[in-house]
Design a protein around this ligand. Structure first.
Ligand SMILES: *[C@@H]1O[C@H](CO)[C@@H](O)[C@H](O)[C@H]1NC(C)=O
Ligand SMILES: *[C@@H]1O[C@H](CO)[C@@H](O)[C@H](O)[C@H]1NC(C)=O
Ligand SMILES: *[C@@H]1O[C@H](CO)[C@@H](O)[C@H](O)[C@H]1NC(C)=O
Ligand SMILES: *[C@@H]1O[C@H](CO)[C@@H](O)[C@H](O)[C@H]1NC(C)=O
Ligand SMILES: *[C@@H]1O[C@H](CO)[C@@H](O)[C@H](O)[C@H]1NC(C)=O
Ligand SMILES: *[C@@H]1O[C@H](CO)[C@@H](O)[C@H](O)[C@H]1NC(C)=O
Ligand SMILES: *[C@@H]1O[C@H](CO)[C@@H](O)[C@H](O)[C@H]1NC(C)=O
Ligand SMILES: *[C@@H]1O[C@H](CO)[C@@H](O)[C@H](O)[C@H]1NC(C)=O
Length: 332
C-alpha cells in the first residue's frame, strides 16, 4: 500500500519535472514542439514555392530554425510565421517572382494554437478566398495579408480575433469586399487597420460608428474603398488615440468632419479626392501634433488662406489644399 502511494507520488513529481509536455504526450524535436512541426510541414505541402528556394530550410527536426518561423524560447511553441515577400512585383519582378509563394493554405495552421503573428504579405494566392479558419487563431496579434491576391468576401470569422492589434488586408487591384462590418466591433484590441482598396461600398452609412467603437485604434487606412455618404458628424468620440486617418479617394459628400478637431493625437490626416464641401475650420491649425494635412481635390472646400495660415501649425510638415476653392495668397 505504502509502496504504491510512494510510486504515485514519484510519478506526480516526474510529471512536474518534465512539465506538461510529457504529460500531454508532446515531445520536442531540437527546440521545436513536434505537433507544431507536423502542422507546419502540412502547411508547407499546400504551398507552391515557385523557385523551391523559399522553404528549403523547412527540413529536419528543429522547426524553430526554419526560415520565417519564430518560437517561444523556453517552450518551443511556434508563435510567429513571417513569409512576406520582401520585393514588390512592380519594382523588381524577377526578385519578387523568385520569392513568390502561392497555392493553398491548409487548415493545419489551426494546430499552431499559440500563433501571435502571421505575415504572408506580397505573395500571390491567386483568387482563393481568405481562409475562414484564420478566425480560429485566437492568439493572433498581427495579421498581414496585404497584396496577397485573395479574392471574395473577407470572412466575418475574423471577428473572433479579439487579441488582434494589427490587421492589414490592403491590396492594389483588390478583389476583396466586405458586406457588413458588425463583426469588426469584436476586434476590441485593434490598433492599426488597413483596408486600402478593399470594396466597402456595401457596408452602409454607419461604418464610422463601427470603427469608433474600437477604442485603441491609432491608425485607420481606408483609401479608395468605395465609401460614400456623410462624415460630417459623430455623436461622441471613442477612438481618442487616433493619430493617422487616411480616407482619400472615396466619395464622401458632406461638410468637413469637424469631430477630427477633437482628436488631439492626430498626426496625419488625408481626406483628399472626396467630395467634401464648405468652409474649413480654422481650428485645424491648432491641432497640436498635426504634421500632414491633405485636403486636395475635393473641389468645393472653401476658406481664406491667410486666415488659415495664421494658426499655430506647431508641427506641420506637409499641407496640400490644391484643387479647392481657397481664397487669397499664401503669405503667412
Ligand atoms: C506565383 O507562383 C505560382 C506557382 O509557383 C504561379 O502559379 C503564379 O502564376 C505566380 N504568380 C505570378 C503573379 O507570377
Ligand atoms: C529568445 O532568445 C534569443 C536569443 O537567445 C533572444 O535574443 C530573445 O530576446 C529571446 N526572446 C524572448 C521572447 O525571450
Ligand atoms: C534583386 O536581387 C539581386 C540579387 O540579390 C540584387 O542584387 C538586386 O539589387 C535586386 N533588385 C532589386 C530591384 O531589389
Ligand atoms: C504589411 O506588409 C506590408 C508589406 O510587406 C507592409 O508595407 C505593411 O506596413 C505591413 N502592414 C502592417 C500593418 O504592418
Ligand atoms: C467565429 O465567428 C463565427 C461568426 O462570426 C462564429 O459562427 C463562430 O462560432 C466563431 N468561432 C470560431 C472558432 O470560428
Ligand atoms: C465606446 O466604446 C465602448 C467600449 O468599447 C462601447 O461600449 C461604446 O458603445 C462605445 N461608444 C460608441 C459611441 O461607439
Ligand atoms: C468636440 O469638442 C467640443 C468642444 O470641446 C465639444 O463641444 C463637442 O461635443 C466635441 N465633439 C465630440 C464629437 O465629441
Ligand atoms: C463642386 O460643386 C459644383 C457646383 O455645385 C458641382 O458641380 C461639382 O460636382 C462639385 N464637385 C465635387 C467634387 O463634388
Amino acid at each position: 500500500m505504502e509502496k504504491i502511494s510512494i510510486l504515485g507520488f514519484l510519478l506526480v513529481i516526474l510529471c512536474f519535472i518534465t512539465r506538461d509536455l510529457a504529460c500531454k504526450g508532446e515531445t520536442l524535436e531540437g527546440n521545436c514542439l513536434r505537433a507544431n512541426r507536423e502542422a507546419l510541414l502540412d502547411f508547407k505541402n499546400g504551398l507552391k514555392d515557385s523557385s523551391n528556394n523559399r522553404l528549403s530550410s523547412w527540413i529536419g527536426g528543429n522547426c524553430c530554425q526554419w526560415e520565417g518561423i519564430g518560437c517561444e524560447n523556453n517552450t518551443g511553441v511556434v508563435i510567429s510565421i513571417d513569409l512576406h515577400n520582401p520585393y514588390y512585383l512592380e519594382e523588381a519582378y524577377e526578385n519578387w517572382s523568385s520569392m513568390n509563394l502561392s497555392g493553398e493554405i491548409r487548415p493545419s495552421l489551426i494546430e499552431l494554437k499559440s500563433l501571435r503573428s502571421l505575415d504572408l504579405s506580397g505573395n500571390s494566392f491567386e483568387h482563393i478566398p481568405i481562409p475562414k479558419f484564420f478566425g480560429s487563431l485566437r492568439n493572433l496579434q498581427y495579421l498581414n495579408l496585404s497584396n496577397c491576391g485573395f479574392k471574395g468576401a473577407i470572412p466575418p470569422t475574423l471577428g473572433n480575433l479579439s487579441n488582434l492589434q494589427f490587421l492589414d488586408l490592403s491590396s492594389y487591384e483588390s478583389q476583396l469586399f466586405v458586406k457588413h462590418l458588425e463583426w469588426m466591433t469584436n476586434l476590441v484590441s485593434l490598433r492599426h487597420l488597413k483596408l486600402n482598396y478593399v470594396d466597402l461600398s456595401m457596408v452602409g452609412s454607419h461604418w464610422m460608428e463601427v470603427f469608433n467603437k474600437l477604442s485603441f485604434l491609432t491608425e485607420l487606412h481606408l483609401q479608395d474603398c468605395g465609401l460614400s455618404g456623410s462624415i460630417s458628424s459623430l455623436n461622441s468620440i471613442n477612438f481618442t488615440s487616433l493619430s493617422v486617418i487616411s480616407i482619400s479617394g472615396n466619395s464622401f459628400q458632406s461638410k468637413f468632419p469637424i469631430w477630427l478637431l477633437n482628436l488631439s493625437n492626430l498626426v496625419y490626416i488625408d481626406v483628399s479626392s472626396n467630395k467634401l464641401y464648405g468652409q474649413i475650420s480654422l481650428a485645424l491649425g491648432e491641432l497640436p501634433n498635426l504634421q500632414h494635412l491633405d485636403l486636395s481635390s475635393n473641389e468645393n472646400l472653401t476658406g481664406s488662406c491667410s486666415q488659415l495660415l495664421s494658426g499655430s501649425w506647431k508641427k506641420i510638415e506637409f499641407l496640400n489644399l490644391a484643387i479647392n476653392k481657397f481664397l487669397g495668397t499664401f503669405l503667412a
